[in-house]
Write a protein that binds this ligand. Sequence first.
Ligand code: ACM
Length: 636
Amino acid sequence: MKKLLAFIGILSCLTVIAQTARPTLAIIPEPVAITTGSGTFLLPSNVVVNAPMHTAMKEVIGILQQRLARSTGSHISLSNTAANPTIRLVLNNNADKQIGDEGYKLSVTTKDITIRANQPAGLYYGVQTLMQLFPKEVESTTLVSNMQWTAPVVEITDYPRFGWRGLMFDVSRHFFTKQQVKQYIDDMVRYKYNLLHLHLTDDEGWRLEIKGLPRLTEVGAWNVKKVGYFGTFTPPTPDEPKDFGGFYTHDDIRELVQYAKERFVNILPEIDVPGHSLAAVVSYPELSCTPGADQYRVRSGEEIMDWSHGAPPIALVDNTLCPANEKVYDFLDKVMTQVAELFPFEYIHVGGDECPKNYWEKSDAIKALMQKEGLKSMEEVQSYFEKRLEKIVESKGKKFLGWDEILEGGLAPSAAVMSWRGVKGGIEAAKMKHEVVMSPTTYAYIDYMQADPIIEPRIYSSLRLNKSYEFEPVPDGVDPKYIKGGQANLWTEQVYNMRHAEYMTWPRGLAIAESVWSPKAKKNWDHFFGKVESHFGRLDMAEIKYARAVYDPIFTATKTADGQLQITLDKEVNGLDLYYSFDNSFPDNYYPKYTGPLVPPKDAVMLKVISYKGKQPVGRMIAMPIAELKTRAAKK
Ligand code: ACM
């Protein structure tokens, strides 16, 4: 027995040694300040939590009781009297000016854990960080036995750089259920996002019940299910059932708003007008300037815009609300009244993007409006519409926010701008002393492909993780006080299900989280990517899907001086080896390793490539047709 005890003693020493040798902390987003100590805290099987009993603490304690207990099996009890609690959550009542409303100070000693914050939100973020200090298995959705649940001794001071840390979820192009939206919220709060922008209306579906306007959800919320390449689908035929879609009732929204609030998330509703409004027009054709709108159908992914001339697009069907029609403003008043009642957040997003003008140009009503109001261009017509809408939104006690197109033709006096076509619109608006949220396509469009189109579901453009990580919400020369923060946008034309929504969001959502939370000076790609790899393990444990596209090679096809195809393979991250074949078989680490540009053998039809880290395959097997590379080289 003594020998056994001695052996166990040696084993636990080894465990301590192993634990202290653990890699550096992998907290995403990177905290403001970390001081590491020596030794580790070991989670006991009975965890006593001392916390303020406050309704806003429900989810703070909930994470400990659910996420921590589920995987570790520890029994978590609450006590305000225990002399030596295991975890102490302390509210400072705004005594600590350094950390603000969302910051926290986390202290892990060998004996216990203390998190201090001014507000429950700070404690919530402190607990999220604490979870990232335990081994990745803490994220398991089932009990994990035989683990040492240790956390390193550390002192962390942390608070966000921006108050607006958002993700936009397009629930219009593809509908996502209330339960799926909750899941998206659960995923985002792990990384300290505090704003969910719901894109509730578009050509493909109106997703919000509006009392007194029943057709919006009886008709406007439904289209024909199609899969393939969105934008190229065949138009629905009369016999195809329009039974794909859905909407949120007022009770659903109240439930979602409450769910989000408990997790310190605000929901920003977007009603996208006057463009992107086909679902509303089909429901109420009298809102259109165009005769024959009563023959339109809610879009099922068929082509409705011609983008070949650039922006604004030429509409093939008129998907706009008519700025010259008083019924439109009555309609918007009804809608905004209910949106304002349902969503407590201070802003309403009114869209304003990509509004085609070609049908307005043909409309007598628009011509009459221009004459009456002295409007000189179609941009001024849209600006007239936005200014009237701004008054409606403000009459409901809300602030008016739109995509950067609302700058064209003159910005409404108190409008806030969400800059998406790069940062230019945001800079312009900030210089005019308007509030700005940055969400530029260049860094923050997480609907874009993460790797080569040969393997990713096709969409307009590409955005790799390392580029997302370069997102800087405050451009040079702009007064930071006008930049409220930033967000990543997940449009869902090509996102047909929840697992794919997660795949598109992570890991780029990790990069954006760090850009909107962490001090600029603390950002470092190599350090970040090391953490991302460790979070891949956490996301696996949490059963959240993510993309491993960062390991995929970057293909460049050129022609040599004598006209032969030459293929260059680049890597997004260091430390990878690429193995390839031209003989159609599946390369592994016994195949040729890529060392420099390749000229394919004469009759080869396929280049297959896979990336390894040491002896481990980490990337996907990519099959790249030589014909595709030849086409790309010819375009250069
Ligand atoms: C947008 O991406 N059309 C705002």
